[in-house]
Design a protein around this ligand. Structure first.
Ligand code: UT7
Length: 327
């Protein structure tokens, strides 16, 4: 009697942004000893977008945010929280979320970045969900944006073929209608050595090219742990939402490798027709990948209101995170 209705965080609109420049596998064949055949068969990637000189994470995140706000018909001044998942901030501080906030004209609301590597956007969504459920926030902008290619060593074929730049965003609103049903966030810093960038302000930089800024990745090991971890994450998320595999309409996974995505789809007993794949055109855009895939799925009309979406990501840390939501 007189029960207060539950408050959900509901996605009211999505947006995304990509740099203009397309770099194909054939382009990379000219700079490292690789082949289109190797890249496509091992990763599913055909091409990626690369930010122009001077084009930053904040530029891409801002454009994605504007697209989401326009689609939501929400003014920036109505936003009371901005969270940006990124590993490639424009500058060390202020946070890129603050830079985007100012450009949007949303000054005054809380704004901060989350660094959870490739899981950054899903982590940010999980945090935003808690702010809305607690009654602290009513309209939240959650962004995932990266210029990961700035960290890439273009002489190293093991990594340079894998990454791209891009951003996606969602506007979340407090609602009595279901939206986010469950989020699961995890990390295990014990895996640091398998995927990391070893330099920084406090640890210091080196005399190596690009001051030692470079992605170190043990690809095969990361692959194995990712598949296993995502397998159990999917089970945990379904249980948290009280849902069966068959009730999930779309899987919107982190776009690192088509073979990892296929393994997760198999675990969910889902055909690839119900999986959103953008890795072929975007490569791995880290925190940008899940919201980019979501926006593409929404704008192409595949994802419809009332459908259940499972979002998941895995990245350096290791971090892994998921969100099960009714769109
Ligand atoms: O987003 C966050 C997490 N990141 C990931 O999820 C990435 C996870 N890992 C992967 O996606 C895959 O492990 C990779 C795509 C990175 C690599 O695929 P793989 O099937 O695990 O290949 P591998 O590392 O075992 O390498 C196989 C061979 C090696 O040669 P040998 O030792 O067999 O002679 C590599 O040197 O392929 C060689 N190789 C390449 N050949 C052509 C590695 N990179 C390339 C390349 N072109 N770009």
């Amino acid at each position: 009697m007189g029960d207060k209705a539950l408050t959900y965080a509901r996605i009211i609109a999505t947006g995304s942004a990509l740099p203009e420049r397309v770099v194909t596998n054939a382009d990379l064949e000219k700079i490292v000893d690789t082949s289109d055949e190797w890249i496509r068969s091992r990763t599913g990637i055909r091409e990626r977008r690369i930010a122009a000189d001077g084009e930053t994470t904040g530029d891409l995140g801002y454009r994605a945010a504007i697209a989401a706000l326009e689609a939501a018909d929400v003014k920036a001044s109505e936003i009371d929280l901005i969270i940006l998942g990124t590993t490639t901030p424009d500058i060390i501080f202020p946070s890129t979320a603050c830079l985007i906030q100012h450009r949007l004209g949303a000054n005054g609301c809380a704004a901060f970045d989350i660094n959870a590597a490739c899981s950054g956007f899903v982590y940010a969504l999980g945090v935003a969900d808690k702010f809305i459920r607690s009654g602290q926030s009513k309209k939240v902008l959650v962004i995932g944006a990266e210029t990961l290619t700035r960290m890439v060593d273009w002489n190293e074929r093991e990594t340079c073929v894998l990454f791209g730049d891009g951003a996606g965003a969602v506007v979340l609103e407090a609602s009595e209608e279901p939206g986010i049903l469950a989020t699961c966030l995890h990390a295990d810093g014990g895996f640091k050595e398998l995927l990391y960038n070893p330099v920084g302000v406090s640890a210091g930089f080196t005399d190596e090219p690009n001051h030692g800024v470079r992605i170190h990745m043990s690809g095969r090991e990361v692959f194995k742990v990712a598949v296993k971890t995502l397998d159990s994450l999917v089970g945990e998320t379904l249980a948290a939402a009280g849902m069966e595999e068959s009730e999930v309409d779309w899987l919107i996974p982190h776009q690192a490798n088509l073979r990892i995505i296929e393994a997760t789809a198999k675990r969910l007993k889902m055909s690839m027709e119900r999986v959103i794949v953008t890795v072929d055109r975007h490569a791995n855009t880290s925190s940008g990948s899940v919201p980019l895939a979501l926006d593409e799925a929404v704008r192409s009309g595949r994802v419809k209101r009332g459908q259940n979406l499972l979002l998941e990501a895995f990245g350096g840390g290791f971090t892994w995170a998921s969100a099960l939501l009714k769109y």
